[in-house]
Design a protein around this ligand. Structure first.
Ligand code: IYR
Length: 223
């Protein structure tokens, strides 16, 4: 038997010209989002992080199981532990484990194994995906876990940008150290991504390489 359904009372329809204007405004705002690799240590209120996580939690996902968990880290001691572990992994990566092709692809970004922003930025958000969901009726399988958590992460990045903060997606490989540091259950949860959050440092830069986005005719086919 299907559950009760409610009318879609909060959908808003706009006149066509207004709809185009809204789409343009959204594009203008989102195209100002750039990954930040130099953060200010200025504090950011927890309430901003909480609102952004609420937005992430509205993402479409498999069977509405919401297969994610977010750990928002501000404790300097925990951030420092994360930095130490991440840098050890990145040293191996940049020391050759990444392989020539990958390391070559990163050259225009100018990245290296130094991850001082993991200490400097006021917040790190560790995003975990969940294989199964615990309910009163027992354990249930989660579906489309990777897709769901990916979309939620996109929502989170957008929400933080919209609020006026900079972010960096960070995915040291392997990331299992985050499970331990954040004290998450390794049987059910996998670290998906580490998001660095804060104000950009005054001298933060964006590599030219990262500004060039593919034109519409390269990324869109209309049939
Ligand atoms: N995780 C490394 C390497 C890295 C990989 C990709 I793909 C990037 O777009 C950027 C960096 C690091 O954080 O330096």
């Amino acid at each position: 038997m299907s559950e009760q359904h409610f009318p879609l009372s909060d959908f808003i329809e706009y006149p066509t010209d207004e709809m185009l204007k809204r789409a343009q405004d959204n594009y203008s705002e989102i195209k100002r989002r750039h990954s930040i690799r130099k953060f200010s240590d200025r504090p950011v209120d927890k309430s901003i992080i909480e609102q952004a996580i609420l937005a992430a939690g509205t993402a479409p996902n498999g069977a509405n199981h919401q297969p994610w968990h977010f750990v928002a880290i501000q404790d300097p001691e925990v951030k420092s532990q994360i930095r130490q572990q991440a840098e050890a992994i990145e040293q191996a990566f940049y020391g050759g484990r990444g392989g020539e092709e990958w390391l070559d692809a990163l050259k225009p970004l100018g990245t290296n194994a130094n991850k001082s922003y993991l200490d400097t930025a006021p917040w790190l958000i560790a995003i975990f995906s969940q294989k199964r969901m615990n309910t009163e009726e027992g354990d249930k399988t989660n579906y489309y876990v990777h897709e769901s958590v990916g979309i939620a992460t996109g929502f989170l990045i957008q929400a933080l940008h919209h609020a006026g903060l900079g972010t960096l997606t960070h995915t040291p490989k392997p990331m299992s150290f985050l499970t331990e540091i954040c004290q998450r259950n390794p049987d059910n949860e996998r670290p998906y991504m580490l998001l660095v959050v804060g104000y950009p440092a005054e001298d933060a830069t964006v590599p030219e390489h990262a500004i060039n986005k593919k034109p519409l005719n390269e990324i869109l086919t209309v049939i």
